[in-house]
Design a protein around this ligand. Structure first.
Ligand code: FMN
Length: 307
């Protein structure tokens, strides 16, 4: 068996195939259908300090080659997350598989949540994920993703407040996303998630209304894979941070494409809705492919840039 370990900053994972946030639940929900030990990691559903009911229904709509969603960060809030969700997570997954994802409106929100996660679970989890795609109370949607200085200050503040590895997921839909990525790197992040999903809309011709209650929502699935591959490619050229790529991964060849573009790990997202075992099919295929390689599998990371 080939060693498929991957290093993301200060964290090392058993393999590079992760369950993407919001599409893998908290891991334990998938236990009846898949072998949880095979996940390189699970990025847990993002949670916030206060419970959030999420957006009004409908929240998911199928489109050709993907799915629109508008969940609105529905989550039970930190108290329930710590007391009810985390014990089940730590029972189902090994600590080195657990990435805890926090969301907030201000730098102080992220710092406070980061500190609390570390105080409660610091020795038991692999990394803290900052979901920097959340809106900011004063400056609105995408603030921490469209303002490089804000992104820098957010990451730096969390990084100096916790000793856990810090991963950052930001919204790459802004023209200056490479500048923001460089600012996140300068702020001290350990790894960066690529591909925050572009917005889309579906209109139901029978009701003559938008299919999503919120009107618009990000599109996930194979439709966005070429966008994700391009962003991974460009980010790989711009920053030295290890990249965790997601967006439309269905097969091991899709995952490999992202790795050749520069990803050190990949997140399998909505493919799991149709097949809860999808991440393992991806891992099986990668293992078989890498078995035949003479060099370590990590030689694949960014190989298309050197070809
Ligand atoms: C229903 C749903 C909920 C999601 N919730 C989150 C979330 O809470 N936090 C987050 O960072 N990403 C969230 N995402 C984005 C996914 O992690 C992933 O980046 C995206 O789905 C693209 O991957 P895919 O094309 O393989 O689905 C969500 C996606 C979907 C479809």
């Amino acid at each position: 068996m080939k060693n498929l370990e991957t290093r993301l900053g200060r964290a090392v994972f058993r393999n590079p195939v992760f369950g993407a946030s919001g599409c893998t639940g908290h891991g334990y929900e998938l236990a009846p259908w898949t072998d949880l030990s095979r996940f390189g990691a699970v990025s847990l559903k993002t949670f916030t300090a206060e419970p959030r009911p999420g957006n009004r229904p409908e929240r998911v709509a199928e489109v050709p080659a993907g799915v629109l969603n508008s969940i609105g960060l529905q989550n039970p809030g930190k108290d329930a997350f710590f007391a009810q969700v985390m014990p089940r997570v730590l029972e189902a997954l090994d600590g080195d598989q657990v990435i805890v994802s926090v969301g907030g409106n201000t730098v102080e929100d992220y710092v406070a949540l980061g500190r609390e996660v570390e105080a409660r679970f610091g020795g038991q989890i692999a990394a803290l994920e900052i979901n920097a795609a959340c809106p900011n109370v004063a400056h609105g949607a995408g603030y921490f993703s469209r303002e490089p200085q804000a992104a820098h200050d957010l990451v730096q503040a969390v990084r100096s407040a916790v000793s856990l590895p810090v991963f950052v997921k930001f919204n790459t839909n802004f023209e200056n996303y490479l500048e923001t990525a460089a600012a996140i790197e300068a702020g001290g992040a350990d790894a960066l998630y690529t591909t925050n999903t572009p917005l889309g809309m579906k209109i139901d011709w029978k009701t003559r209304r938008p299919a999503l209650g919120n009107g618009r929502g990000p599109i996930c699935g194979p439709a966005i894979r070429p966008i994700g591959v391009l962003r991974t490619w460009e980010l790989y050229r711009r920053v030295k941070l290890p990249l965790i790529a997601s967006g439309g991964i269905r097969t091991w060849e899709d995952a490999l494409e992202y790795m050749l573009a520069g990803a050190s790990a990949v997140g399998v997202g909505s493919a799991q809705f149709a097949n809860p075992d999808a991440a393992h099919a991806v891992l099986d295929g990668l293992e078989a492919y890498c078995f035949g390689l003479e060099e370590p599998w990590t030689a694949l990371i960014g190989a298309a840039h050197r070809a």
